[in-house]
Design a binder for this molecule. Structure first.
Ligand SMILES: NC(=O)c1ccc[n+]([C@@H]2O[C@H](COP(=O)([O-])OP(=O)(O)OC[C@H]3O[C@@H](n4cnc5c(N)ncnc54)[C@H](O)[C@@H]3O)[C@@H](O)[C@H]2O)c1
Length: 270
């Protein structure tokens, strides 16, 4: 099946590593022109290099997505180089302080309001800033795809991640409203809820090459991922990336305002 992504301009946030990098590589392999956004320009550069070496087309669109002005100027650079953004993938979502272990997970009653702000700024405001920066142009062109990566934490709630869970749930409500407001302009807005996903960035906690036979943490995690038991793994970036590619394709044009779980059966919504 041709997903008809060739020549489409895709702006992918937090694409300097992990899930976003996987999405960027799958889009480039489908012929999309990929704007690789990340907070760290050198991460974005290295993904641009990898895509280019593999024969794809990509550019660095580094910006801090919590800063609306930075996002607008990154989008302007993309428009100048590749043309207007057809597809926005809101992927950036884990503050590096949390990923690096500098900020510990904690119950809400003992949590630090400064950490709440960082979580809401990155997950929720980051998404609002990016959508706001591309939406007018999508409306004018009567065409656009917006896909936001949330977490199963936003659907089911996760202990010790209350603010993150709330921010991800907020993205879902926002997405449904955007889908309702902009269906008349043929703009689709959907979410993908992922569960635990291993990649180069998770190595300090879980090596993506771990097997349940040798890794006790993975073995325990698989108890809540039904298909993961059979596959002997948790999620990988390509799991999300293939689903995002489908939701970015004209082939899924009648799907909007939805949330698709790509989480090995962690949650099964009726
Ligand atoms: N990995 C998992 O287990 C998991 C589980 C559920 C949901 N998710 C969600 O999937 C998405 C991707 O997760 P990941 O594991 O690849 O994260 P990651 O932390 O490995 O990578 C995210 C990238 O976003 C970038 N980033 C951070 N702040 C930014 C900012 N202000 N502006 C621009 N870029 C910024 C980081 O530099 C990093 O390269 C996130 O939305 C996350 O919440 C991940």
């Amino acid at each position: 099946m041709d997903l008809e992504l060739a020549g489409k301009v895709a702006f992918i946030t937090g694409a300097g590593q992990g899930v976003g990098k996987g999405i960027a590589q799958v889009f480039a392999a489908e012929g999309a022109l990929v704007a690789v956004n990340d907070l760290f320009a050198e991460r974005a550069d290295s993904v641009v290099r990898a895509i280019t070496e593999a024969g794809g087309k990509a550019m660095n669109a580094a910006a801090d997505i919590t800063d609306l002005d930075q996002v607008k100027s990154a989008v302007a650079r993309v428009v100048d180089n590749f043309g207007p953004v057809d597809i926005l993938v809101n992927n950036a979502g884990v503050p590096h302080e949390v990923r690096s272990g500098a900020v510990k997970r904690t119950v809400f009653s003992g949590s630090d309001p400064m950490v709440w702000k960082k979580q809401i700024d990155l997950n929720l405001y980051g998404c609002l800033n990016c959508v706001h920066s591309v939406l007018d142009s999508m409306i004018q062109r009567n065409n656009g795809k917006i896909i936001s990566i949330i977490s199963e934490a936003g659907r089911t709630g996760e202990a010790n991640l209350a603010v993150y869970s709330g921010a991800k749930a907020g993205i879902l409500g926002f997405t449904k409203a955007i889908a309702r407001e902009n269906g008349r302009y043929a703009i689709n807005a959907n979410c993908i809820a992922i569960g635990a996903t291993a990649h180069e960035g998770t190595k300090p906690i879980l090596d993506p090459d771990a097997t349940p036979e040798t890794n006790e943490i993975l073995n325990k995690m698989l108890k809540v991922y039904p298909i993961g038991k059979g596959l002997k793994r948790i999620g990988r970036p390509y799991d999300a990336a293939y689903a995002v590619a489908f939701l970015a394709s004209p082939k899924s044009q009648f799907i909007t305002g939805q949330c698709l779980s790509v989480s090995g059966g962690f949650s099964m919504v009726g």
